[in-house]
Write a protein that binds this ligand. Structure first.
Ligand code: AMP
Length: 282
């Protein structure tokens, strides 16, 4: 496994020597790697000739400074896990490599900015769009792997690839969960034992809502009951619980069985913000 730190190093030493016809799979991450990240790496290993993983905690996508300063960093174990998966290359840029200057460009993803993550994390998708564009330009992959866990991020990256004509195939990998259902997340490392227990309400409310919807209960009634459950049965503070189209993210007031839909949730456990989602009609 080779580690490199700049785009120039990758392009001169490695990219040029990768034979034409070989496909490059790319997995962008912010580190503190868990099995969910490794599922992306495994998928790339199966589908691509060369796998590149980046680890970069991107400051411009954090709308909350505390979330950035407390973001977990576990570099040595991360590198060991990537090596064990047979990762070919790891890109470990420092901030000045990615941001030699503060970008003046801003990206606006239209309607996606006004709902869910867009609404509650202003500027977040601009930061994601800028860093992913930079990483795509530096690495020049054929395929890029993203997790369904960050469903709205997938929608944003799809727009980015379409609108800026990146010649890159996007592959979406299902959410990896702990055995009790909690979606794996680097931020789970910040939960204390009580918060970790209480965090289960994200997944349990998604599955409860799905069952009730499929049994015919009206969506707004389902959502009201879930809001009450959060207030009465949990320490988790609900931020949103919405039924949306999984690509366009328009909000639905009613559930239509012939319409693609997913439920998305965000909630705070103490100062840790967690998100999750469940497809209802994929
Ligand atoms: P992050 O390091 O949080 O930026 O995540 C890097 C990539 O891993 C993103 O494409 C995430 O959607 C994906 N990812 C994070 N958690 C999971 C999970 N539990 N299952 C599958 N993919 C995930």
């Amino acid at each position: 496994m080779q580690v490199f730190h700049t785009g120039a190093e990758w392009q001169t030493n490695w990219l040029k020597s990768i034979q034409s016809g070989k496909t490059i799979g790319f997995v962008p991450t912010m580190g503190a790697l868990h099995e969910g990240h490794l599922d992306l790496v495994k998928r790339s290993k199966i589908e691509s000739d060369v796998t590149v993983v980046s680890i970069f905690v991107n400051p411009t996508q954090f709308n909350n400074p505390e979330d950035f300063t407390k973001y977990p960093i576990t570099l040595e174990p991360d590198l060991n896990k990537l090596e064990a998966e047979g990762t070919d290359f790891v890109f470990l840029p420092d901030t000045s490599t990615i941001y030699p200057e503060k970008p003046v460009l801003t990206l606006n993803f239209g309607e996606l900015e006004h709902i869910l993550e867009g609404e509650f994390r202003p500027g977040h998708f601009n930061g994601v769009g800028i860093v992913v564009s930079k990483l795509f330009h530096l690495i020049r992959p054929d395929k890029a792997y993203f997790g369904q866990k960050d469903l709205q991020q997938v929608a944003v990256i799809k727009r980015l690839v379409t609108d800026l004509s990146f010649n890159i195939e996007l592959i979406v990998v299902p959410t990896r969960r702990e055995t009790d259902g909690l979606a794996m997340s680097s931020r789970n490392l910040r939960l204390n034992p009580e918060e970790r227990t209480q965090a289960l309400i994200l997944f349990s409310s998604l599955t409860k809502a799905k069952d009730e919807l499929l049994a015919g209960k009206p969506w707004l009634k389902v959502r009201d009951q879930i809001s009450r459950d959060f207030k009465e049965k949990s320490l988790a503070k609900l931020e949103y619980f919405e039924l949306v189209h999984p690509e366009y993210f328009n909000r639905f007031e009613t559930f239509e069985p012939d319409q693609k839909s997913s439920i998305c949730v965000a909630a705070y456990l103490g100062s840790v913000r967690l998100i999750d989602n469940l497809p209802i009609i994929p």
